[in-house]
Ligand binder design. Structure first.
Ligand code: 13P
Length: 257
């Protein structure tokens, strides 16, 4: 089953969330939909088909850590997943691989599934260090046991409108899979992200070991998020979309210009 994560980052209010949930409820799909929401919107989801994800977790358990949100608190909201080490956390809050690993372990301890984000910077990409960097991040951030998801997002592709090439994605996802396999973790889903939209998603759907996507900007509104689901439905083996009238103009997966 393919996975689609919509990462709302620091956006959205209760009305936006309800609108999105209602729109997703009308969409018939086999894709596992996960909404990664701000803490303020985590609770109150009764829809079994749509899973909720937090965007961060405290390294600490409950206790004297003012401002921190613990794993136990996230679990209590009904959320099932938590993003770990997103590049915006790494850049804006100096989160290291060590912190990411501690947070991933904390998530698992609390019955949450961590979605561990890794990705190289533009200068690392330009100096052809991507494979070395990704290998190190993967080994340093992932726990030795427990269920988790890996999300590969080249940092230079996030919010820029520039996506990685198919060849690069194929090479990196294969490498991630091979490394996980050596640790007996080959069942771990591997997601791809960075400027994914309905127009480019089908370039990447059938790449081996691309088990789904993590989407930022295009996940904020049904008009841009649902067409991604439509495209994924069309390209995966059992299409089941009840055709929506969202984003008609986005139906075709256009060739890169
Ligand atoms: P964009 O899809 O806006 O590039 O964001 C990607 C992302 O950061 C998802 O976590």
């Amino acid at each position: 089953m393919k996975i689609l994560v919509g990462n709302w980052k620091s956006n959205g209010n209760m009305a936006d969330k309800n609108k999105m949930i209602r729109a997703l409820e009308r969409t018939n799909t086999d894709i596992k939909i996960i909404l990664s929401l701000p803490y303020t919107l985590l609770s109150g989801n009764n829809n079994k088909k749509i899973a909720i994800c937090a965007q961060d977790i405290s390294e600490h358990p409950n206790g004297p850590f003012t401002g921190d949100i613990s794993g136990q608190m996230i679990k209590d909201t009904g959320a099932k997943y938590v993003l770990i080490g997103h590049s915006e956390r790494r850049t804006n809050h100096q989160e290291t691989d060590k912190i990411a690993k501690n947070k991933a372990i904390m998530a698992i301890k609390n019955g949450l599934i961590p979605i561990i984000c890794i990705g190289e910077t533009l200068s690392e990409y330009k100096s052809k260090k991507t494979k070395t960097i990704i290998k190190k991040m993967l080994l340093d951030c992932t726990p030795d046991s427990g269920k988790f998801i890996v999300a590969y997002e080249p940092r230079w592709a996030i919010g820029t409108g520039i996506t990685a090439t198919k060849t690069d994605v194929q090479t990196i996802h294969q490498m991630i899979f091979d490394i996980l396999k050596t640790k007996g973790q080959e069942k771990t889903p591997i997601l791809f992200g960075g400027s994914i939209t309905a127009k480019n998603v089908c370039e990447f759907i059938n790449i081996p070991h691309v088990d789904g996507f993590i989407v930022g900007g295009a996940s904020l509104k049904p008009a841009t998020f649902l067409p991604i689901i439509d495209q994924m439905n069309k390209k995966t083996s059992k299409p089941k979309t009840k055709v929506t009238n969202h984003g008609k103009q986005n139906r075709k997966c256009k060739k890169r210009s």
